[in-house]
Write a protein that binds this ligand. Sequence first.
Ligand code: ME8
Length: 485
Amino acid sequence: MAKFYITTAIDYPSGSPHLGHAYEKICTDIIARWKRLKGDDVFFLTGTDEHGQKIQKKAEEAGKTPKQYVDQTVKKFQELCKKLNISNDRFIRTTDKDHEKVAQELLQTVYDKGDIYKGEYEGLYCTDCETYYLEKDLNGNKCPIHDKKVENVKEESYFFKMSKYQDKFLKHLEKNQDFIRPESKRNEIINRIKEGVRDLSVSRTSFNWGVPVPFDKKHVQYVWFDALSNYISGIDYPNGKNFKKYWPADIHVIGKDIVWHHTMIWCSMLLSAGIDLPKMVFVHGFINLKGEKLSKAKGIIVDPIELTNKYGSDALKYYLIKNVPFGDDGDFSEEALISSVNNELANDLGNLVSRSLAMTEKYYGGKVPKGKNELNFDIKRIETLLDNLELTQGLSEIWKLVNELNKYVNDKKPWEVENKDNIIYTILDNMRIISILLSPFLPETIEKINCQLGIKTGKLKETKPNLLKPGTKTIKGEILFKKHE
Ligand code: ME8
């Protein structure tokens, strides 16, 4: 059985989760479920990034200690995972004791390797992205991501000799075409490395909400050094059986603002510590609202928990995957979400299921008739697309099967035919096959469909025709998708 380790970024719990957080978890969850469907042994990690100056400031504003503050805000992120039916194996918090221990051990290992030196950091810092900037990379004096003034920081700091690893990492990128996907992001990173890599400040003294630096307790770790190590602490680095089994990560799924951190920074840390590099960093795009970036400051917010309460998690998943090609930016529109629910989910899929089960009930007393599947779906193309992480195209190909089956029902008109055993069997058996393929995308709905079909959702190898047992008792259940105005 192949192992497969996949992660999302860990979110800053500095408020409530937004639609971008939900989107990243949804895409990652679909890939994890797809791999499980194929029979892989999957570990899926997500969580929250709870240290740093940004969280400390937010906590002060709220009149709380940082720990009290994150203990409260993290609940919303965990609720989001639950509402979205995210199948993660662990939800890591960087305030978890085992994580803090690993973050310290990793910095100590890099120190012991001779890759840390003491100096003074003087430069520009954006607290919102917890990132150092060069003047040339700013818009005026503002951070290009958050459009906020950066701070002038001057303090004693430990530096990590990141520049030492630039050639080695560049060679790795050149040898491994797929290490960063999509290709445009890979090219950006290659160009940035070629411009020259500077050493990285990895400790701070001007605040204390962080993992202590093991060799100098006056300092706390730079929050990104701490945060990135979650990918190994979450599977019990260095000696745990999960680390031995699952590392290296197969895919880190992240957004486009943190590619440098997950490539040059993370990989240099691993190279320094003598740990294998992950296999791929997949960069998804940003969800915007009417062309504008989601931003709490500007009041451009979409609450994914509210959307899930209103439309259901599968509707949100379907809409996002259909409309935002994985790797590209996309625009959120509630009208388009409603149109997906009413047309594709309620009409194409919901009606197919309800009329098929109604016919089984009416003509066969709610039992699958004995018959032969007359359609032969070719699912190879779907498998290739999903293996290649082309989620949008994969979903669209599965939907073609839904429509092919609808067309079959309309063309065959079983209500007008005397001997309809094969027709009804074909419909039900293909509903079973489509359910398997759709299960990574619409897990809640597929469970309901299979409950009505009287079966358990199969694995990918069961997408062969004629596996539905005649005589299986079906149940006409609740409608799958309510229409919205
Ligand atoms: O960056 N659309 O946390 P974060 C899609 N703690 N994705 C978006 C988005 C949008 N509008 N806005 C943000 C951090 N994201 C760090 C990560 S990992 C060791 C540490 C994505 O809460 C963003 O790109 O700001 C990132 O992948 C994730 O949401 C968390 O963002």
